[in-house]
Design a binder for this molecule. Structure first.
Ligand SMILES: [Zn+2]
Length: 160
């Protein structure tokens, strides 16, 4: 199995754990429609492959395809601060080394949180939904770290 599929599976598992936990801890969690829950699953899966954006991967292909659409769109809509942010992120990705910043737990929590802060500021009515999405993204991202570092370490220990 490719590492890409392996990580997606990990993201789905992270979603499953969070989904089960949230049912007991977060009141009204199950009142979300199936489409919202499916969205959370997709976000957790995206989060699970996000860290490998720093290396030639399917995630990088998704990112480049998104930028090809998003950059001219931001320019056409005169959203210059969005354009500047996208360019900064693109340059950042070229600079960072593999298993660097995007493979740090704090980054995988802080990055979606920062994004969530911005979005909830713009769409205050959807604050709960936005932060839930951030949580699922982070959970997916952290599952990636567990698989990259945890499992390989586990196998190394088993070797004589
Ligand atoms: Zn990785």
């Amino acid at each position: 199995m490719s590492t890409y599929r392996f990580h997606i599976l990990g993201g789905a598992a992270a979603f499953g754990l969070l989904h089960l936990g949230a049912q007991h801890i977060v009141p009204g969690y199950l009142s979300h429609s199936w489409t919202v829950l499916a969205g959370f699953l997709a976000i957790a899966m995206l989060g699970s492959i996000f860290p490998d954006i720093d290396v030639k991967s399917n995630m990088q292909k998704i990112f480049i395809a998104t930028m090809v659409i998003a950059l001219p769109l931001a320019y056409a809509m005169q959203k210059y601060y969005v354009l500047a942010a996208l360019i900064a992120i693109s340059i950042g990705l070229v600079i960072i080394r593999h298993r660097g910043l995007t493979h740090r737990a704090w980054f995988l929590i802080a990055f979606p949180l920062l994004f969530g802060c911005y979005l909830s500021h713009r769409y205050p009515a959807d604050t709960e939904l936005i932060y839930s999405a951030c949580l699922f993204f982070s959970a997916g991202g952290l599952s990636h770290l567990v698989m990259d570092f945890g499992i390989s370490r586990f196998f190394r220990k088993k070797r004589p």
